[in-house]
Structures are given as C-alpha cells and as structure tokens.
Design a protein around this ligand. Structure first.
Ligand SMILES: Nc1nc2c(ncn2[C@@H]2O[C@H](COP(=O)(O)OP(=O)(O)OP(=O)(O)O)[C@@H](O)[C@H]2O)c(=O)[nH]1
Ligand SMILES: [Mg+2]
Length: 321
C-alpha cells in the first residue's frame, strides 16, 4: 500500500483507481491509507453538480472539463449514482462522451454506485475526493443524480454547488423542492434550446429575489450543453463564487464544519465497530434474540447488560467506559 500511495503522489492513474476501489470496498487498510494521504490533501476545489435524471449534468460536466483544461487545470470527475449498485467507471452510457478525456493524463474520471448503504456512499465519495485531492487534482467535479437527501449529503462535501434544471415547459418551477433552492450556488438552466427556458429563468430569479439575503445571490444561467453554449459564463460564475467563498471566509468556515462533522462521524464509527466487535466476541446474539422473542427478556435491559459487561479498550490498550 505504501507503494500505491507513493505511486499516487507520483501521478499514477492506476494507483488512484486502485486506492479509490480500496476506500469504496471499505477495506480494513483504508484508515491507514487515509492517514497516509491526509497531509497531501486540502488543495483541491470541489464542485458539486446535481439535478434531475437526464437534465444534462454529464453533458455540462463534459463541456466544463474542456473549459477547465484550457486553463490548464488538473481535473477529477466522480459520478455518483445512488440508484445504481455498480461502480468502477464503465457503466453509464452518458459517460461515453467523457471517455474522450480518458487519454488525457490530467483528467481522471470515475463513477461510484451504492454497493452499501446511502450513508456509505456519501462517505466513500468523500474519501474518493481525498484520494483525488492527494493525486494533485485542482478541481474535483462531483456529479450526483437527483435531489434527495442522499444527494444533499454528498453535495455538502462540495465547495460550490451547481443545480442543473431544464425548461419547465408548461409546469411551473414552483414545484422545485425547497431543498435545492438552499443548496444551489449557481443555477444552470440546461436545454435552453427547448421552449420555456426564458420563463423558467424568470421564475427562478423571482424566487431568489424574494429571499432577501446579503450573502451570495446565485446566478441563473442558460446553457445548451449539446452545443457547448453558455459554458464560458458558467465557468466564469464558478470562478466568481470561488473567489467570493475565499474572500468572505465562508470557505474556511464550511471546511471547518466539514472537518468537525467528519471527526464526529469517525469517532462514532470507531466506537460502534469496537463495541460490536466485543459484543460479538462475548455473547451469542442469536440466543439473546430468541429469548427476547419468547418474552423471557426485554431488549432494553438486554442492551444495558451487554454494554455493562463488555470492557471497552482504546487503541493504547487502556481500559475505559
Ligand atoms: N436538447 C438538448 N438536449 C440536451 C442538452 N444537454 C443534454 N441533452 C440531452 O439530454 C440527455 C441527457 O443528458 P445527460 O448529460 O446524460 O444528462 P444527465 O443529467 O447526466 O443524466 P443522468 O446522469 O442519467 O441523470 C442526452 O440525450 C443529451 O444529449 C441540451 O442542451 N439540449
Ligand atoms: Mg449523468
């Protein structure tokens, strides 16, 4: 693994791919790995791209990639699909266009599916970001499908978030879930070649204007990704938002909150796994379950008994509660 990390730091795409598989599979070595690469992280800027299925996220990411490469930036792309159990990069048809970039040494593309739980996916995504950050990517684009809670969790990892919408046609944009209004730093109205895009843009602007705030006012930008139209404006807005985040101190603030959340999560994860290790070592859970089913015991006192009887040791071997 030491070798893999070294290769990663030396720019090996193969090492990056293998290390992401490692974190994705929740490999036992993963904590060691994350420790190892941590000093090399913190440089990349993370951009979330979310929106309904088929709204044109991948096409937009593809166009943005070209813009960013023209500025000579090194780019990582992670496609996260909570509805897909697959992962590894070669599954979604819409990624085929992006494969054109596969030969570019400075572009790394990877897709990730659920495999485990959704919470696990958000975690694996964060860890994959760490790997690409250590790999030296300047910008990491995260594409997530949909706008449910799991995507919001993933988006919380991003420094800037773009929400991709399409012209509402006859529908009113009022149907947009409240959640997205909150997470968007930039609204992209893609497929602006379709009817109704002007109306959609006006409506979103009106909604944004009702929310009085002295903070960042998200721009609402039309694009036609299939023709690479409007992309320079989106890239410009992204750079503006980044500079706003840096100058206002919000970037430090959200990164601090993120670290605090991750530390909490990591402690909870360790406590949980160590307690379960001990419990499983000492007790036959099945027979306890049986007794509870037969009403010979109740789950509440049983849980207390289990915790009272196990000794909980920290990493240095000292006994604790
Ligand atoms: N008319 C029009 N079609 C577009 C535009 N951008 C994307 N599309 C088409 O919309 C379809 C979906 O595009 P994708 O980029 O795969 O959308 P996506 O949001 O990544 O889709 P999922 O990842 O499956 O959620 C494709 O057939 C694109 O060719 C656009 O600006 N105008
Ligand atoms: Mg896509």
């Amino acid at each position: 693994m030491q070798q893999l990390v070294e290769d990663l730091l030396n720019g090996s795409k193969r090492a990056a791919a293998r290390l992401i598989s490692l974190v994705e599979n929740d490999d036992l070595q993963k904590i060691e790995l994350l420790k190892e690469i941590f000093p090399h992280t913190g440089r990349a800027y993370v951009v979330g791209v979310t929106g309904a299925p088929g709204s044109g996220k991948s096409s937009l990411v593809d166009c943005l990639l070209q813009q960013m490469r023209a500025d000579d930036l090194k780019i990582g792309v992670i496609g996260v699909d909570p509805t897909s159990p697959f992962s590894g990069g070669a599954i979604l048809g819409d990624r085929i266009r992006m494969q054109e970039h596969a030969l570019d040494q400075d572009v790394f593309i990877r897709s990730m599916g659920t495999r485990g739980s959704l919470g696990g996916l958000a975690r694996a995504t964060r860890e994959a970001i760490q790997v690409l950050d250590a790999f030296g990517k300047d910008i990491i684009l995260i594409e997530t499908v949909g706008v449910g809670q799991s995507e919001v969790d993933i988006v919380r990892t991003a420094d800037s978030t773009m929400v991709v919408l399409t012209p509402a046609g006859g529908d009113s944009v009022q149907t947009i879930k409240a959640g997205i209004m909150e997470i968007a730093d930039i609204f992209v109205i893609n497929k602006a070649d379709l009817p109704g895009s002007e109306k959609t843009i006006t409506e979103i602007n009106m909604m944004l204007d009702m929310k009085k705030s002295d903070k960042w006012r998200p721009p609402v930008l039309p694009t036609i990704s299939v023709r690479s139209e409007g992309i320079a404006e989106v890239w410009g807005a992204l750079k503006e938002h980044r500079s706003y985040m840096e100058k206002s101190g919000y970037l430090m603030e959200i990164r601090r909150q993120r670290v605090s959340r991750e530390l909490t999560e990591q402690v909870e994860y360790l406590v949980k796994s160590r307690i379960w290790e001990r419990v499983k070592e000492r007790f036959k859970l099945d027979s306890l379950v049986e007794k509870i089913v037969l009403r010979q015991k109740d789950p509440y006192s049983t849980a207390n008994e289990l915790l009272e009887q196990i000794k909980f040791y920290g990493e240095n071997g000292k006994e604790g509660d």
